[in-house]
Design a protein. Structure first.
Length: 252
């Protein structure tokens, strides 16, 4: 599907037009008809490439997820970057998400309201968001892999817990009205410090039982692992979605 250069160009045009309208006018005002008109194609043609507006939201997820992954890679692997503590690596990853998501802050509240509806295809837990979840989890798997202070018994399941933390930070960011999302950046920094300390404390016998209980909860209620997509194109999803977890104060 979409194998010809012309078809790819049309799809890319519709995608970029939709993302621009999301940024400028929000989710509700961005209709499929308007995307088609702005892109200069027929409405039928727009529906051929993107059967619903939800499919365009997944393109937004892809856009943001790609940017997040690039920023984390640059900051963790760039020249002079020798971060080996979980706290430092996690702070980089969570603060990078604030930068990656920022162009879509104005539409964030609308996307949350849509994503939390039962059965929503744009939910971070939906089948349609599987590729986005996998891509986001991969970021946190890299964070853990490069951290020398993570105990062996945490390494397999910690990325999943950090992904849930990302969802909470995202919801906080959506409601953050502080200049430059200062409060979101502060939350990312402090939460990374707490996570790093808890990881180190989990080596102690007195804390091991509590840690095992937390891991048990995560194991029991985690979204099932996503299978590798049959179509490589499906792996190009994005933003881990928006879910419920925390509520910030606004503040400036």
């Amino acid at each position: 599907m979409f194998k010809t250069a012309k078809a790819e160009a049309t799809r890319d045009l519709l995608r970029s037009t939709a993302l621009r309208l999301f940024r400028e006018d929000g989710y509700e005002r961005t209709t499929m008809r308007r995307v088609a008109v702005e892109a200069g194609v027929s409405t039928g043609n727009a529906y051929y490439y993107f059967p619903s507006k939800e499919d365009l939201v997944h393109e937004l997820y892809r856009e943001v997820q790609d940017e997040h992954a690039c920023l984390v890679a640059e900051r963790l692997e760039g020249p002079g970057a020798e971060l080996t503590r979980l706290e430092d690596r996690l702070r980089v990853a969570w603060q990078a998400s604030v930068d990656a998501f920022e162009p879509y802050h104005a539409v964030g509240t609308e996307l949350v309201s849509v994503a939390i509806r039962p059965g929503a295809r744009t939910s971070p837990f939906s089948a349609e968001s599987a590729a986005a979840r996998s891509a986001s989890r991969a970021i946190f798997a890299d964070v853990v892999t490069g951290a020398h202070d993570v105990p062996p018994h945490l390494r397999a399941e910690l990325p999943e817990l950090l992904w849930y933390g990302q969802l909470g930070l995202t919801l906080f960011w959506v409601h953050d009205t502080s200049p430059g999302r200062r409060r979101s950046r502060d939350l990312a920094s402090h939460a990374a410090r707490v996570a790093g300390r808890l990881a180190r404390l989990s080596r102690l016998p007195v804390a091991r039982g509590v840690v095992d209980d937390v891991l048990g909860l995560a194991r029991r209620f985690a979204v099932p692992a996503d299978p590798a997509p049959a179509d490589p194109a499906q792996a190009e999803a994005a933003l881990p979605g928006l879910a419920t977890a925390a509520t910030p104060g606004s503040g400036s």
